[in-house]
Design a protein around this ligand. Structure first.
Ligand SMILES: [Mg+2]
Length: 340
């Protein structure tokens, strides 16, 4: 009996893997010498390249809400989040591995939707699926869990790091800050079902890793430090400063804050607070030596770049308000461990 059940589960796992393989780009080519179908994948880096590797969990009720995030969004966003860390290093995405825990009652339409979103993200970022595994969580209320490992390449010794910022360097951010948080605020208030706010959900649903900007910075060698803004500027800037052994001063008036439409005024959402502490924007935060800062254009491949402050010798982050008053800026962005 047990053996039969194990055999049936094995069959259904093979069926799942076949469905995943058919939907997501997984053909051998590029860095992928041998893909799905053997016991392990075989990768080959181009001459003069380093591997750049990162992994990222995407968990139901922690990182996404099944009532608010459609399955296409879950698939797209899970891969986009993981790939953003390659953008932050200035690497080119090559392959990814998917470890999927999915309850039996979600392997129908939900899985199909998730795979179509993930396939779209893979094509957009130039990723091939190299392998992975599936499992079926049991228990009274089993949850979906995606764990994604993304592997990229970078020219040998040419990755961007968090640790090189020095006093006097100019601080830049890419894109807009707080836009993903605004989408989340709509979800938390149940307003995401109203068609009029649909456009405001896009940054929350379909984040765009700054892949081209990251590679542009790595190629030019102009950035003294860089990272992606995944957990909110206040938290990530502290991390960059810590890695660099320095501090930072930023100016509230210079931040490219999300615009809150007049129709949402009654919610009392503060654009500045969302820009400082909202997570999931996945733009880049980077520093440039002062003498090179004037050479940074206002846009790179369509992405807006904004100079928001400077690195200082004293530790900690200082926010200069619109009135010129200075106050310490605490890291109040998203922190997974704070939620446990
Ligand atoms: Mg990161």
């Amino acid at each position: 009996m047990l053996a039969t059940r194990a055999y049936e589960m094995k069959l259904s796992e093979e069926n799942l893997i076949e469905r995943i393989r058919r939907r997501i780009p997984s053909a051998e080519g590029g860095a992928l010498q041998m893909g799905i179908g053997d016991d392990a994948a075989v990768l080959r880096a181009p001459a003069g390249a380093d591997w750049v590797v990162t992994c990222d969990p995407f968990l139901e009720d922690v990182h996404f809400l099944t009532g608010a995030h459609p399955p296409e969004v879950v698939g797209y966003k899970a891969l986009a989040r993981a790939t953003s860390d390659l953008a932050a290093m200035g690497a080119r995405p090559e392959v990814f591995l998917l470890s999927l825990a999915i309850p039996a009652n979600r392997t129908g339409r939900w899985l199909d939707g998730m795979l179509s979103g993930m396939a779209r993200a893979a094509r957009t970022f130039g990723l091939r699926l190299a392998g992975g595994d599936t499992s079926q969580p049991s228990g009274r209320n089993p949850k979906i869990a995606l764990n994604i490992t993304v592997i990229g390449t970078a020219r040998r010794g040419c990755v961007l790091r968090r640790s090189g910022a020095q006093a006097g360097d100019a601080i830049f951010v890419s894109g807009q800050l707080g836009a993903a948080q605004l989408g989340l605020e709509l979800i938390l208030r149940g307003l995401h079902r109203q068609a009029r706010w649909k456009d405001l959900l896009a940054p929350q649903f379909y984040p765009a890793p700054a892949l081209q900007l990251g590679r542009w910075l790595a190629r030019r060698g102009v950035a003294s430090a860089a990272m992606d803004i995944s957990d909110g500027l206040s938290t990530d800037l502290h991390r960059l400063c810590q890695a660099s052994g320095a501090g930072a001063r930023i100016y509230a008036e210079k931040l490219p804050c999300v615009a809150v439409p007049g129709g949402l005024a009654s919610l009392g959402l503060e654009a500045l607070a969302m820009a400082l502490h909202g997570g999931e924007d996945y733009g880049l935060l980077f520093t440039v030596p002062k003498r090179l800062a004037a050479r940074i254009p206002r846009r790179v491949v369509g992405t807006r770049l904004t100079r928001v402050g400077e690195i200082i010798r004293e530790r900690g982050v200082v926010l200069v308000g619109a009135d010129g008053k200075r106050a310490p800026l605490q890291p109040r962005g998203w922190d997974h461990f704070a939620k446990i």
